[in-house]
Write a protein that binds this ligand. Structure first.
Ligand code: 3HC
Length: 302
């Protein structure tokens, strides 16, 4: 029965699995390891895992340099103990036997996410909480692939994960109070500030950020202002660290388009979610932003 199922209680999430070795998955695994959790980062592709491990090492060094200025030996201890908390694996089975929490951060493909959670659900112990880091898919649509709706929620991080202080904690109607509290407590243990949100499109940040980016695109499409001037205006006039076009290039134009198209398909009458020719053309021509070398701006290949 739902209400009697015991979950990893408040403060009891010690062992976690992160699924997906991309930018977000690596960042979540890193922060978990840095804050003393036993972390297993799972990805089917060993090359992806090797790349994430290198990225995590570089990022932990950056964090250590900042946190332990003037005390390199304490910094080195921090780096080594964080790395010791982190395992990589192409299969989850061993780690799943004792995991308190699974955080999924694979590509935004509903069927793939459902398939993974269905497989994990069959193997994981009853106590294990499942969560998705999806930016735009409904948590409820993912959760129904499992038999543990009461132990399912959303844990949405922001890029770059080691730097951004926010964690959105999302509940579906079936999420139990114990599960929700355990997720909030875990967020605190991860040294993030948590906010609570229902399972609504984009949760809090993306629901505001994506329409803001699109409003900026529409201004430029109308010829009201230039890309550069919109960015300058929002940085110097509104205090944003990046302008909307810089941020779109940073997040990835393919990602922005994917989020927008998904919402538009579901809510065709919502003008804030209307597609844009300019964005579609950039994505169609392979201009995804920083990662492809060009988006709204051009970047030097690293
Ligand atoms: N790992 C560790 N540390 C990092 C890092 C990383 N990957 N990236 C940056 N840092 C640290 C740096 O060491 C630096 O520390 P310092 O201040 O002590 O030198 C600090 O962060 C600032 O970095 P930089 O000096 O390189 O650059 P900036 O000052 O320009 O800051 C930024 C970079 C933090 C990315 C800042 O521009 C910013 O906050 N931008 C907005 C980011 C944002 O809005 N993200 C959310 C996107 S939406 C999202 O993720 C949701 C998804 O679902 C789509």
């Amino acid at each position: 029965h739902l209400s009697t199922t015991s979950v990893a209680r408040a403060g009891q999430i010690h062992e976690m699995i992160v699924i997906g070795g991309g930018l977000m998955g690596a960042g979540i695994a890193q922060v978990g390891a840095q804050t003393g959790h036993k972390v297993t980062l799972v990805d089917l592709n060993q090359e992806v895992l090797d790349r994430s491990q290198a990225r995590i090492q570089a990022s932990i060094q950056r964090v250590a340099k900042k946190q332990f200025q003037g005390d390199p030996s304490a910094g080195e201890t921090f780096v080594q103990s964080a790395l010791a908390n982190l395992q990589i694996a192409t299969q989850p089975h061993a780690a799943l036997a004792t995991a308190d929490l699974v955080v999924e951060a694979v590509v935004e493909n509903l069927e793939l996410k459902r398939k993974i959670f269905q497989e994990y659900d069959a193997i994981a112990p009853a106590k294990t909480i499942f969560a998705s880091n999806t930016s735009s898919l409904p948590i409820g649509d993912i959760a129904t692939a499992t038999q543990r709706l009461d132990r399912f929620g959303g844990l949405h991080f922001f890029n770059p994960v080691p730097v951004m202080k926010l964690l959105e904690v999302i509940r579906i109607p079936e999420t139990s109070d114990a599960t929700f509290q355990a997720m909030l407590d875990w967020g605190q243990a991860m040294k993030k500030t948590t906010v609570k949100c229902q399972d609504t499109p984009g949760f809090i940040v993306n629901r505001i950020l994506v329409p803001t980016m699109m409003e900026a695109v529409r201004m430029v499409e109308r010829g009201d202002a230039s890309t550069r001037d919109v960015d300058t205006a929002m940085k110097l006039g509104a205090g944003h660290p990046m302008g909307p076009f810089e941020l779109a290039d940073y997040v990835g134009l393919d990602t922005v388009k994917f989020i927008l198209d998904g919402w538009h398909a579901k809510y065709p009458d919502q003008p804030l979610f209307k597609p844009s020719d300019m964005l579609n053309q950039l994505v169609d021509s392979g201009k995804f932003g920083i990662k492809s070398g060009e988006g709204f701006y051009k970047y030097e290949k690293k």
